[in-house]
Design a protein around this ligand. Structure first.
Ligand code: UD1
Ligand code: MG
Length: 488
């Protein structure tokens, strides 16, 4: 039986003191997405009927972020945090009439998977139990609520918070992780009966478990298959640990989908990155944002690609790219900087110490060495000589440069924008091009060479250079004399 869509309640009003941050805890990011974003991505997979998110601390930041993540999610303000039970109560009140299953998840557990949450919801629907609790066995359960099971039945009796637990109870490794599937009606009624008679003076959502057991309304537990999935993030050490688990999970997914990851330990991918089959990722590579790698592309070592698309069979080495498009079979790097709007067509090249922004490089065109290209269009199969610079900025405004097809820009050319170089034209090395070049012309825009003979021996007489020049002059003179006598 496929379960009815649940109503989801995310608890995200807590302060997250231990993060020691001006940013609310649930907005801290891993794999390019906020913790809240990860939790909502996991619950979104259940196609929930409705979603409420309890916000409190930092809600001026959390609420707008939530609106971006899910415009339909209902933010519920918990101005003072009187505990998880209080938070859940406010959420149910705000949601109004609710039936079926209410799934409660904490906003700071970014590793939860849709699969595990779906199991919980299905179990609740199939069994009709009042509560289905997710538990996990942790190597270090310090701080967590412990799951106390009956000595005879082995069934869950109640949850005792760490702060309220006896020494013996603290020895229990099975923990509650703030994930539950409740019968909506049962939960609404139970939440009105919570007391604050505990170590923290809070309404504990966990107390609903013992209530359901005592009422005989059915109480079941699902043990998480992998405890890593339930890890909560309370400080930045746990944030990094969760980030590593998430990264391993994402990489494993891509490897199973046909991507070669040479060194998973030094490869980091964001949750929204996508790859096609037979991609190879070399070590020390960060793929961030919405970066996409097409079939047979090879990226790295040492690349950082942000919101960049890499075409089929392209090769990108030692490159920093943001908002760039790298065409099929293009060649980029090493030491290349591609900025937003850099658009390399099929089989184009951007080589060492080249920076490109807001420019198109046509099919087969090359910018091989030491260049800056900004606000330019470069036509197909043109070659931009080493150390060419597009002078796009007059100090106030940016201007456009157009280079046609099959152009040969000589090394160290300055293209002073706005300027146009026609198809098939050449520029002489070292030229400062300030006027348009017609198709097929050779533009020379540089000082004529003048040699001042003997200058070094006259003006720098006691230097090794003068000595070398004198010897060279003597050798030339003796060769000339030999030539005159007809010898050799
Ligand atoms: C809670 C559980 C504990 C569990 C642990 C880890 C209770 C009483 N205890 O303890 O059994 O092992 O989480 O999952 O529920 N929150 C609110 N409003 C509040 C209080 C909390 O929205 O008034 C939110 C927090 O933002 C957080 C979640 O609820 O996302 C859990 O709160 P937290 O303070 O971390 O509870 P713990 O003491 O860790
Ligand atoms: Mg906590």
């Amino acid at each position: 039986m496929s379960a009815r869509p649940p109503v989801v309640v995310v608890l995200a009003a807590g302060e997250g003191k231990r993060m020691r941050s001006a940013t609310p805890k649930v907005l801290h990011e891993l794999a390019g997405r906020s913790m809240l974003g990860h939790v909502l991505a996991a619950t979104e997979g259940l196609r929930p009927a409705r979603t409420a998110v309890v916000v409190g601390h930092g809600r001026d930041q959390v609420t707008p972020h939530l609106a971006q993540l899910d415009a339909e999610a209902l933010p519920v303000v918990q101005a003072e945090q009187h505990g998880t039970g209080h938070a859940a109560r406010l959420a149910l009140e705000a949601l109004g009439d609710t039936d079926g299953t209410v799934l409660v998840v904490p906003g700071d557990a970014p590793l939860l998977t849709t699969q595990t949450l779906a199991r919980l919801v299905e179990r609740r629907e199939e069994s009709g139990a009042a509560v289905v609790l997710l538990t996990t066995v942790l190597p270090d359960p310090t701080g967590y609520g412990r799951v106390v099971r009956g000595p005879d039945t082995g069934e869950v009796d109640r949850i005792v918070e760490h702060k309220d637990a006896t020494e013996e109870e603290r020895g229990i490794a099975e923990c509650a992780v703030s994930v539950y599937a409740f019968d909506a009606g049962y939960l609404a009624a139970a939440l009105t009966k919570l007391t604050t008679d505990n170590a923290q003076g809070e309404e504990y959502l966990t107390d609903v478990v013992a209530m359901a057991r005592a009422d005989g309304h059915g109480m079941q537990a699902v043990v998480a298959p992998d405890h890593a999935e339930t890890l909560g993030v309370n400080d930045r050490v746990q944030l990094a640990a969760a980030g590593r688990v998430l990264n391993d999970r994402l990489l494993e997914g891509w490897m199973r989908a046909g991507v070669t990851v040479v060194d998973p330990a030094t490869t980091w991918v964001d949750a929204d990155v996508t790859c096609e089959e037979d991609v190879t990722i070399q070590p020390f590579t960060l793929l961030r944002g919405s970066t996409h790698l097409a079939r047979d592309a090879e990226v790295g070592p040492s690349c950082t690609l942000v919101d960049t698309s890499v075409g089929a069979g392209a090769r990108v080495l030692n490159t920093h790219a943001k908002g760039a498009q790298i065409g099929p079979r293009a060649n980029v790097g090493p030491w290349t900087y591609l900025r937003p709007g850099a658009d390399l067509a099929e089989a184009a090249k951007a080589g060492a110490y080249v920076e490109i922004k807001n420019s198109t490089v046509g099919p087969g065109a090359k910018v091989p060495h030491l260049s800056y290209i900004g606000d330019a269009e470069i036509g197909e199969h043109s070659n931009i000589g080493a150390a060419t610079v597009v002078v796009n900025y007059d100090g106030v405004r940016k201007h456009v440069t157009r280079v046609g097809a099959y152009v040969r820009i000589g090394s160290d050319t300055m293209l002073v924008a706005p300027v146009e170089v026609g198809d098939g034209a050449y520029t002489a090395a070292g030229s400062v091009i300030t006027g348009d070049v017609p198709p097929g012309a050779m533009a020379v825009a540089r000082g004529k060479q003048r040699n001042v003979e003997g200058w070094v021996e006259r003006r720098r007489s006691d230097t090794p250079s003068a000595e070398a020049a004198r010897k060279a002059r003597e050798r030339a003179a003796s060769r000339e004399a030999e030539g005159e006598t007809g010898e050799g």
